[in-house]
Design a protein around this ligand. Structure first.
Ligand code: RB5
Length: 145
């Protein structure tokens, strides 16, 4: 199950991603919003709770730029959120960082690119090995600060 959420700036893009990725077999838990004005940190928190509780394996957050969502999500222990705007970074944030949340900007990306990036994010596995050591060091930073 994939968690997905947006603020009022990201609703159209969120719907486009749900439609495109559902056709490819992914199931989504939508944590809102539904078009009403809202504050992106609250949506980021709701989505990250789905991941840290184990209900969802990964998450996708959409706001105007993706930046607010990524800053908010990365405040939550256990979350590695990546702001994604190109395919190379999206692939490598899965391979090397084991990012569990992707953040997209509805005002900076077209829907075609956003859907392509979502597919890369959802289908690329973490490489582990030496990268696990580094991800463990990120967890250590979280615990020590
Ligand atoms: C909302 O207008 C906008 O600030 C928000 O979607 C996002 O871009 C914040 O980073």
């Amino acid at each position: 199950m994939i968690a997905i959420g947006c603020d009022h700036a990201g609703c159209e893009m969120k719907k486009a991603i749900i439609d495109a990725m559902s056709e490819k077999g992914f199931e989504f838990k939508d944590v809102g919003c539904n078009g009403e004005k809202c504050d992106y940190p609250n949506i980021a928190e709701a989505l990250c709770n789905e991941i840290t509780s184990g209900s969802c394996e990964k998450g996708i957050l959409v706001c105007g730029t993706g930046i607010g969502m990524s800053i908010a999500a990365n405040k939550i222990k256990g979350i590695r959120a990546a702001l994604c705007s190109d395919s190379f970074s999206t692939k490598y944030t899965r391979l090397h960082n084991d990012a569990n949340v992707m953040c997209l900007g509805a005002r900076t990306l077209g829907p075609g690119l956003a859907e392509e990036l979502a597919e890369i994010f959802l289908t690329t596995e973490f490489e582990g090995g030496r990268h696990q050591v580094r991800v463990d060091l990120i967890s250590k930073l979280e615990n020590n600060n």
